[in-house]
Design a protein around this ligand. Structure first.
Ligand code: ADP
Length: 382
């Protein structure tokens, strides 16, 4: 019995209604014992007048006409008790009906949600519950649907990620396997060139794994940001210096355009350098020999805006909205042949910029028209 009560919300509701009825009846019974005789006496005395010399003592009528009074009181008491019994039965029946009705309207949505949770736990992430009304249960149903939506998104992201990673790994692995088989069968010469090709593919896998590890760390915020006030000029100079050799080897002119007065920014220095390095390295990579890359910085409101502009291959308009998606490459074969990355760099850059309270975006007039990448970071003392 106790177990049934503990496990059923409907039984608890019914019991609470019955408890209210019982308390009501007990109060009525006590009141009738204590208050009823004196109230009856007062009313009867007022009605019949003191002339009859009637009065009640110890629950019995005294004085002339006491016999009639006793009879009247007994009948009144009996009818009162009868009414009390009917009222109690009616109250219990009403309590049962109300608790049944209420438990149905409360328990049905809870049960529906419980089944939906079970189905989600079984992997059916498209599961949703019906939202009825805007009360607490309605809000719970709404939040539940939001949670299910989020889980569905995460699940499809996970599936896509596994698909993308296997796809990315398959290409270099197939190349390594092909070269090794060629070497074993004697079709490929055991030359320096063959080994270099195999090494380049292995290197590609290793970079992909590093990028993935970094992406997972950044996206799950499993890293500490060391946010402080930092100097923008030295940040830009560090990055330019770091990439100067790459620029020289491709005969690309690299310019820095900084105003004389720039406020300090609030950022993690290493992460800010990582983002600017990524954008500048991309600009150098996708710009042909003889082109130029300009890094400029300016204050816009409470933010400092970094711009990396190149005269390179540009990005066709239809690709612009996806450029920060993971594994997204405008021209997969071009990136690969040019020793390009796996399309994760910009995804990491976006996560890092947003984690530091900034924004990142790109503009390009189209293929062959160059690209301009922008990102912002907050000013230290606005
Ligand atoms: P990857 O490692 O392939 O460069 P990114 O995430 O850094 O990955 O860049 C994603 C894609 O965006 C690149 O493959 C390239 O197609 C495009 N892209 C990035 N920067 C530029 C740029 N400056 N000019 C032209 N295309 C670019």
């Amino acid at each position: 019995m106790m177990n049934y009560l503990r496990n059923h919300l409907g039984a608890k509701l019914l019991l609470s209604y019955l408890a209210i009825v019982v308390v009501g009846v007990v109060v009525l019974v006590i009141a009738s014992q204590v208050i009823l005789p004196s109230a009856f006496n007062r009313h009867m005395s007022g009605m019949m007048g003191n002339g009859m010399g009637m009065g009640m003592m110890n629950g019995q009528w005294q004085g002339s006409g006491a016999g009639n009074g006793n009879l009247l009181y007994r009948d009144f008491r009996a009818s009162f008790n009868e009414a009390l019994i009917y009222a109690t039965i009616a109250a219990i029946l009403i309590a049962v009906v109300i608790s049944l009705f209420l438990s149905r309207s409360v328990i049905a949505p809870v049960q529906e949600m419980s089944l939906a949770v079970q189905r989600i736990a079984d992997g059916r992430y498209e599961e949703r519950v019906q939202i009825n009304g805007e009360d607490e249960l309605g809000q719970l149903a709404m939040r539940f649907n939001q949670m299910a939506e989020k889980l569905n998104e995460i699940e499809s992201m996970r599936r896509r990620l596994i698909g993308d990673v296997s796809h990315e790994l398959r290409t270099p692995l197939t190349a390594i396997k092909g070269s090794m088989e060629g070497l074993m069968d004697g079709i490929l010469p055991a030359s320096q060139e063959t080994y270099q090709e195999i090494h380049a593919e292995a290197d590609r896998i290793s970079r992909l794994v590093d990028d993935l590890q970094e992406l997972s760390r950044v996206e799950s915020h499993a890293y500490q940001l060391d946010i402080r006030s930092i100097d923008v000029t030295s940040l830009v100079q560090t990055v330019t210096k770091r990439l100067s050799q790459q620029a020289e080897s491709k005969h690309i002119s690299v310019k820095i355009d900084l105003p004389s007065h720039l406020p300090q920014i609030l950022a993690d220095e290493d992460r800010a350098i990582q983002v600017l390095t990524n954008l500048t390295a991309n600009a150098l990579q996708y710009t042909p020999e003889g082109g130029s890359v300009v890094t400029s910085v300016q204050r816009v409101g409470d933010e400092v805006e970094f711009t990396v502009k190149d005269t390179g291959s540009g990005i066709p308009t239809e690709h612009l909205p996806h450029i920060f998606d993971r594994f997204y490459r405008v021209d997969k074969s071009r990136s690969r042949q040019a020793g390009g990355g796996s399309g994760i760099g910009l995804t990491i850059a976006r996560a890092l910029v947003e984690a530091q309270g900034g924004r990142i975006w790109v503009e390009s007039a189209g293929e062959g028209q160059g690209s301009t990448f922008y990102f912002t970071l907050p000013v230290a003392n606005p």
